[in-house]
Design a protein around this ligand. Structure first.
Ligand SMILES: [Zn+2]
Length: 273
């Protein structure tokens, strides 16, 4: 029963994220106007606006004009429902569930705005950074080198909360800083921009949630993923050297992966020393 409720909640959240993904990059309000078909402008009634189900019932077409509805909508809804389930199964219904579900939601928006339009909106990055810093007052972010990378509640004392907030600031500075160095280095070497400031700001946000270990792991995983995908497309002759890859998309996927598996991965790595 709870599983079903969480799944449903994820679908609804995904449905809201679709609005963000489509409207924020073009500067439209996410509240008004209500949902409408981008082709014929017809107002979409609630019955045709049910996450996932309506898309299936309408067979992916607008009821009035028959224009295909982007598969983005059911994809994001279903993805978010799965991520909500994953958060519930990993963290239970706790403050950690809220923190990591919010983190997944922020990253899903950025993954798709970057994929569709090569845009990582400031409002998402900075609202996310603020959310990450606030969340660190409730969920502890380990900061020192010898602390294990693990998730736990921050406890009630002011000093642990301040330690955790410091961990969030260091994580943001580390994530954003390392990526900024990469961007600057690439620019000096190749004399053209390889990464935008959007990626740097995105890592400020991710670092504030993950702490510095999680931030570094995210950048590493995204770089490996990006290189493998970039190389295989080049070998297959599908994309030239000058194709602009959506690095934010790789960062977002990596960040979600680190949120769930980061602590285990780092513990496994350290067990070799
Ligand atoms: Zn239509």
């Amino acid at each position: 029963m709870t599983l079903f409720a969480v799944f449903l909640f994820g679908l609804l959240l995904g449905s809201f994220l679709n609005v963000c993904i489509v409207r924020i990059p073009i500067g439209e309000s996410i509240v008004t106007p209500p949902s409408h078909c981008p082709q014929c402008g017809v107002h979409i009634p609630p019955i045709d606006n049910i996450p996932l189900l309506s898309y299936l019932m309408l067979r992916g077409r607008c009821r009035k004009c028959g224009t295909p509805i982007s598969p983005l909508y059911p994809t994001v809804e279903f993805l978010m429902a799965l991520l909500a389930l994953a958060c519930y199964l990993s963290f239970g219904l706790s403050p950690m569930f809220a923190k990591w579900l919010m983190f997944c939601a922020l990253n899903i928006v950025l993954v798709f705005t970057d994929l569709r339009e090569r845009i990582l909106p400031d409002v998402v990055n900075f609202a996310g950074l603020a959310a990450g810093l606030i969340a660190s007052l409730f969920i502890f972010i380990p900061n020192s080198v010898r602390d294990a990378f693990s998730y736990s509640l921050a406890g009630a004392s002011l000093s642990t909360r301040m330690n955790s907030l410091e961990g969030a600031f260091v994580g943001a500075a580390c994530g954003g800083g390392v990526l900024w160095l990469f961007a600057e280095g690439y620019f000096r070497l190749r004399h053209k921009e390889g990464m935008g400031l959007g990626d740097v700001k995105m890592m400020l946000m991710a670092g504030s949630f993950l702490g510095w270990k999680g931030a570094l792991l995210t950048i590493l995983a995204a770089s490996v993923m990006g290189s493998l995908i970039g190389l295989s497309f080049m070998v297959a002759g599908r994309r030239g050297r000058d194709y602009e890859w959506p690095f934010g998309t790789f960062l977002g996927i990596a960040a979600i992966g680190v949120a769930f598996w980061g602590p285990r991965l780092i513990a496994w790595y350290l067990s070799y020393y």
